[in-house]
Design a protein around this ligand. Structure first.
Ligand SMILES: Cc1ncc(COP(=O)(O)O)c(C=O)c1O
Length: 407
């Protein structure tokens, strides 16, 4: 990237022009979409890539010898290589899954676990990095140990180190909370775990959206992310595994095998071993377009834009003495959870929706975190590259109006 590009200001109008959905109205008001942490909107290039494949070159992958099969296999494997570059990993460490959730399930199911073996998770995990371990607790007698966080989502590395014992098999922890926006100190976590001979699975479903991730530099063993938050399609996730070899297969079926006989089966090498059946071909092609689209921006300028949105939202909310903010770590991602005194988050979200403002309300698939924060639910505004400072103002004004109707 040359110096001119680095200095180029972030052109949010040009970004918005690539998202036709942002032009629509909701309840007669211009849409203000602040729910990108749940799922991001898609730029036109993603539709073009998927549509182009369907219209011009489509077949199943890794099966045929005809031209379309070869072209599609090439496109699918190109997507894998691009995802590898995105995370700075070799392409054969990249498994395409159906979601971020499936990525964590593949690891939880795939590792060796004896009764009494321990898994450490933080209390701010998304359910997709908790429930797979509960299932292992139920099925294989694994023990879940909980790493506490402070109110802003900060992790205490000493506390993590104290939780690790000879029975610990995995530290399974988020790289960025989908509620508090807090980023965890990934490199320190990996170091603390590895010094004690323990592997790390990091849930990067939010972190990979809000800044570059280098899994090789982090040294993390497994990393999960998801296409639909990365401006790509639904139906595709990614599992990076530094060494996928020892993992047991997750699902059985076509393409994940080597030899199938009546009384025995041998498996294909990773990553194909974990891609049973027809994989998300069009989704991989769409995700490839999405991450290329992300990479086409100066990511430092993009991050500065998101930080400005976050700061403006936090400042606006801090100015309302009837709002409680959840999560104020200074380097947090642009994800802002909040409660309105005396009002249920669902009512708040509904009144905002009437004014065209889309926020999420609920437990955000993070019930242990809700309990830790002493709430049952929160509202959450989350920001993406296409949001503007004017939209932050509209959100704050809409919230003031909602409050008047609520109390
Ligand atoms: C932190 C985090 N992890 C995992 C997931 C699950 O991803 P997916 O929807 O692809 O299963 C989400 C989605 O909300 C998330 O925010």
């Amino acid at each position: 990237m040359n110096a001119r590009m680095l200095n180029r200001p972030f052109d949010v109008a040009a970004v918005r022009a690539q998202f036709p959905i942002l032009q629509r109205k909701v309840n007669g008001k211009p849409l203000v979409y602040l729910d990108s942490a749940a799922s991001a909107q898609k730029p036109i290039v993603v539709l073009e890539a998927m549509g182009g494949a369907m219209l011009g070159s489509y077949a199943n992958v890794h099966r045929g010898v005809h031209a379309l099969a070869n072209e599609t296999t090439q496109a699918y494997e190109d997507a894998r290589a691009a995802m590898g570059r995105f995370l700075n990993a070799p392409s054969d460490t990249i498994v395409f899954t159906k979601s971020g959730t499936q990525a964590t399930n593949i690891v939880a199911n795939g590792i060796e676990l004896q009764p009494g073996d321990e898994i450490i998770v933080s209390v701010m995990e998304h359910h997709s990095n908790i429930v797979p371990w509960h299932i292992q607790r139920e099925r294989r007698g694994a023990v879940i140990k909980w790493l506490d966080i402070d109110e802003d989502g900060r992790v205490d590395i000493q506390a993590l180190a104290r939780l690790i014992t000879r029975r610990t098999k995995m530290v399974a922890i988020t790289h960025c909370s989908n509620v508090l926006g807090a980023r965890t100190p990934a490199a320190e976590i990996v170091r603390a775990a590895h010094e004690r001979g323990v592997q790390v699975l990091m849930d990067g479903c939010q972190a990979a959206v809000h800044g570059p991730v280098d899994v090789t530099a982090l040294g993390v063993d497994f990393y999960a992310c998801t296409g639909h938050k990365l401006y790509g399609p639904t139906g595709i996730g990614v599992l990076y595994g530094k060494d996928l070899g020892p993992l047991r297969p997750f699902e059985g079926g076509g393409e994940m095998i080597d030899i199938v006989e009546q009384d025995r089966v041998t498996y294909n090498d990773p990553p194909h071993r974990f891609e049973a059946g027809t994989p998300p071909i069009l989704e991989a092609i769409g995700l490839h377009a999405a991450i290329e689209w992300m990479a086409s921006h100066d990511r430092a300028a993009a991050a500065a834009h998101e930080d400005a949105l976050r700061d403006a939202a936090m400042e606006g909310l801090r100015g309302l003495n009837w709002v409680k903010l959840h999560g104020a770590a200074p380097d947090k991602a642009a994800i802002v959870a909040f409660s309105v005194e005396g009002a249920h988050p669902h009512d708040v979200a509904q009144l905002l929706d009437q004014q065209g403002v889309a926020v999420r309300a609920g437990h955000h698939c993070a019930q242990p975190l809700m309990k830790r924060l002493g709430v049952t639910a929160t509202a959450r505004a989350s920001f993406a590259l296409y949001n503007t400072l004017e939209e932050v103002d509209l959100f704050i004004e809409a919230l003031k109006k909602a409050r008047k109707l609520l109390v």
